[in-house]
Design a protein around this ligand. Structure first.
Ligand code: AMP
Length: 113
């Protein structure tokens, strides 16, 4: 239980939760890189994208669906937004709990890395 996102799921670390259902929660990133910067995570501890088993793939689709709903709620669905998954050290992953970054609210960089 030393995973910071598991602690957010358990309510042991405060966060600004913007969505919660049986399987998924979403909250505002503590260090936002854009006017809208939300994190969408499975409640279950899945360490990274590469550790997502085939049987667990549906949760990723549901995370994308939540991200799309949140983009509408943040009024960035029309202007556009970006979903990012960092995987592993060179992919820039710092927190070892699968998460989608939802970024938008300004023109995002054309650079992809
Ligand atoms: P990544 O580099 O893809 O692993 O992204 C981890 C993200 O988690 C970063 O954007 C951090 O700012 C964010 N983060 C870390 N701790 C917290 C926290 N307690 N509440 C909200 N966001 C956090």
């Amino acid at each position: 239980m030393d995973c910071i996102f598991c602690q957010i799921v358990a309510g042991k670390v405060p966060s600004e939760i913007v969505h919660q259902d049986e399987e998924i929660i979403a909250f505002r990133d503590i260090n936002p890189q854009a006017p809208t910067h939300l994190l969408i995570i499975p409640k279950r501890h899945i360490p990274s994208l590469i550790q997502l088993a085939e049987a667990e793939l549906p949760v990723l689709g549901r995370m994308v669906n939540v991200a799309n709903q949140l983009a509408r709620g943040e009024s960035i669905a029309e202007s556009g937004y970006r979903l990012v998954v960092n995987c592993g050290e060179e992919g820039g992953q710092v927190v070892p709990h699968l998460h989608l970054h939802l970024l938008g609210g300004r023109r995002l960089s054309d650079a992809m890395g």
